[in-house]
Design a protein around this ligand. Structure first.
Ligand code: SF4
Length: 211
C-alpha cells in the first residue's frame, strides 16, 4: 500500500474504544455505507449499490472481448490471461455474499487517446476502490477485495510479463473475471446510456466483494 493510501485511514475515538471484529456477521449497514460513500466521493465515486453476489452475471463471451479487440490483452498483470479464468472466477465469487457496485463518471474526451491526463484519471479511478477496500478491512471485512475499472495504469507501460512494480496495489479489472457488467447492472435495475459524442460523459464501474 502506498504512503498516500496508508495515511487516509483514521479510526475515530469511538472506533478505537469499541473496535469491530472480523467477519462479525453484520451484513452491510447503512452506517458503513454512509462512511464509504463519503470517502468514495473524494475519488469521483458518485454512488455505491450493494447487492447479493448471485446477481453478478458471468459469461464466456466476456473473455472474447478481452482476447479480440482490446490492446491490454496479454500486456497487463490486471487483464487476461494473467487473471483467473471463468471457472476460477465463479468459484471466487461464490466465496463472497455481498458485492458493492461503485459508479463513477468520466468524460469521453480522453477515452480514445493515450496521454498523461488519461493516465492520471485512470489512476484516480483505480485508487477509489482500493482505498474503500482498505477502509472495509478496518471495518471488519477481512475478505474485502476490489475489482477495478480499466487496466492498471500505475506504470506508464505495464512491465508484464516481467515482475510487477506495485504488486500489493494491483487489482484485476471487473471484466477480467468474465463479469458481464451490463447484465449485472440490469439485474439491479440500472441502465447505462451509450455516450455517442466525446463531449459526453459515461459511467464506469468497479466492484468490491465482501463477506
Ligand atoms: S503496477 Fe505497473 S507492472 Fe504492476 S500491473 Fe500495474 S502497470 Fe503493470
Amino acid at each position: 500500500m502506498s504512503k498516500s493510501a496508508r495515511k487516509i485511514i483514521k479510526l475515530s475515538e469511538a472506533e478505537k474504544k469499541d473496535p469491530p471484529t472480523f467477519r462479525g456477521n453484520n451484513g452491510f449497514s447503512t452506517d458503513v455505507h454512509q462512511r464509504l460513500s463519503d470517502k468514495g466521493k473524494e475519488y469521483g465515486i458518485k454512488e455505491i449499490i450493494s447487492m447479493p453476489t448471485d446477481q453478478i452475471v458471468l459469461a464466456e463471451w466476456v473473455n472474447l472481448k478481452c482476447r479480440y479487440g482490446c490492446s491490454q490483452f496479454n500486456t497487463n498483470w490486471c487483464c487476461p490471461p494473467a487473471t483467473p479464468d471463468l471457472t476460477q472466477s465463479r468459484n471466487i465469487i461464490a466465496e463472497y455474499s455481498i458485492a458493492l457496485l461503485l459508479e463513477g463518471e468520466q468524460q469521453c474526451t480522453n477515452f480514445y487517446v493515450n496521454n498523461s491526463k488519461k493516465r492520471a484519471e485512470q489512476v484516480r479511478f483505480w485508487k477509489g476502490p482500493l482505498i474503500l477496500e482498505r477502509q472495509l478491512f478496518l471495518e471488519g471485512y477481512d475478505k474485502a477485495f476490489s475489482l477495478v475499472s480499466g487496466a492498471c495504469a500505475l506504470c506508464k507501460k505495464c512491465f508484464y510479463p516481467k515482475k510487477c512494480k506495485f504488486p500489493t496495489e494491483r487489482r484485476p479489472t471487473v471484466e477480467s473475471l468474465a463479469i458481464d457488467l451490463i447484465g449485472t447492472l440490469k439485474n439491479v435495475g440500472k441502465s447505462t446510456p451509450v455516450a455517442l459524442d466525446t463531449k459526453e460523459c459515461f459511467n464506469y464501474y468497479a466492484i468490491i466483494l465482501l463477506d
